[in-house]
Design a protein around this ligand. Structure first.
Ligand code: TLP
Length: 347
């Protein structure tokens, strides 16, 4: 259904979705208990389901992707250790300095391509063990990449990086906030990516459309340790089953449809690429995130103009804008968004 002309088409993030009526039903019906006592049956069911889906031993429900990543960083490291990750990775770029503040670790940035780096780059960044150097402890990969514009890591590249990390005795964490999108785009089950890591964080509140929640998966011992840090960071929730029910519903019903979002993002890129002063490359759209550049206008000014026309986007650089597709947007909405943009775009 196409949006009414007075309803904005919101492309700022896939985090903006509202729970669907069926999801609200599932939330209302959820059996709950006190999860800090380990007594919420719906949370337990979600944790078991996600661990199985990702091929790991255990999972712990988390309030947010940020907490899930940062608990993982804390649980894998000790203060003074070194974490290696791409320079634009959410863990370092968008999580409020948490690796330094909460774990006391050093971040070492690799300069990748759209958020992806190679085994050779990792190898080159590793210094020999020496009294002077921080202890390299953890490698973090993000898939799909956020600031990299939804780029999907090839499985072979993940395997090579993971193998290199393991050979050097490093732990491996996957920020899979949008692993669901990566799996659909690559045409492989999520566990094919997940098996290369000691821990994986997944979000239910992005493309899957749940209102709140993430999960951290890994081995039994690691997840036990992570539970302690979740408590320490203030993430022990009580009757969280109402949230877990939404997440379970999302996992069962909203994964397969992600291919639609990817097709919509590509269609949007094609439409934008036809406009003068906009550089968008439809071929570079690999999932539901599209980045485009402005050749001669500031991003703020363009975002404001789009907003006035009823299309909301996010500026991510002085001349760079992000648009994200999600489950509230149909093909007709994408066509309508392009119509609204064309109406205010100078020829
Ligand atoms: N990303 C949000 C913003 O924080 C930028 C968005 O709108 O894309 N990992 C990745 C790769 C993410 O993109 C995000 C959210 C997170 C972790 C954090 O998740 P939350 O917001 O649940 O803490």
């Amino acid at each position: 259904m196409r949006k009414d002309s007075n309803v904005p088409i919101d492309l700022r993030s896939d985090t903006l979705t509202q729970p669907t009526p069926a999801m609200r039903e599932a939330m209302a019906r959820a059996e709950v208990g006190d999860d800090v006592f380990g007594e919420d049956p719906t949370v337990r069911r979600l944790e078991a389901r996600v661990a199985t889906l990702l091929g790991h031993e255990a999972a712990v429900f988390m309030p947010s992707g940020t907490m899930s990543n940062q608990v993982a960083v804390r649980a894998h490291t000790e203060p003074g250790d070194e974490v290696l990750l791409e320079g634009s990775a959410h863990v370092a770029y968008y999580e409020a300095g948490a690796p330094a503040a909460l774990s006391g670790v050093m971040c070492r940035y690799l300069a990748g391509e759209r958020g992806r780096f190679t085994a050779a780059q990792l190898e080159a960044a590793l210094r020999p063990r020496n009294l002077h150097f921080p202890v390299p402890k953890l490698v973090v990969i993000e898939n799909t990449t956020n600031r990299g514009g939804g780029a999907v890591w090839p499985l072979t590249q993940v395997a090579e990086v993971a193998e290199t990390a393991a050979r050097h005795g490093l732990r491996r964490h996957l920020d899979g906030a949008r692993l669901w999108n990566a799996a659909v785009a690559a045409g492989v089950p999520e566990r094919e990516y997940a098996r290369h890591f000691d821990s994986v964080s997944v979000c239910f509140s992005k493309g899957l459309g749940a209102p709140v929640g993430s999960a951290l998966v890994g081995g039994h011992k690691f997840i036990q340790r992570a539970r302690r840090f979740r408590k320490m960071f203030g993430g022990g929730l009580r009757q969280a089953g109402v949230l877990a029910a939404a997440a379970l519903h999302a996992v069962e019903h909203h994964r397969a449809r992600l291919a639609e979002d990817h097709a919509h993002a590509r269609r949007l890129a094609e439409g934008l690429a036809a406009l003068p002063g906009i550089e968008a490359d439809p071929a570079s759209v690999e999932s539901n995130i599209l980045m485009f550049d402005l050749t001669d206008r500031p991003a703020d000014e363009v975002a404001k103009r789009f907003d006035q026309a009823g299309v909301r986007v996010l500026t991510v650089g002085p001349r760079r804008i992000r648009a994200v597709t999600h489950l509230h947007l149909s093909a007709a909405d994408i066509a309508e968004a392009l119509r609204r943009i064309r109406a205010v775009w100078p020829a």
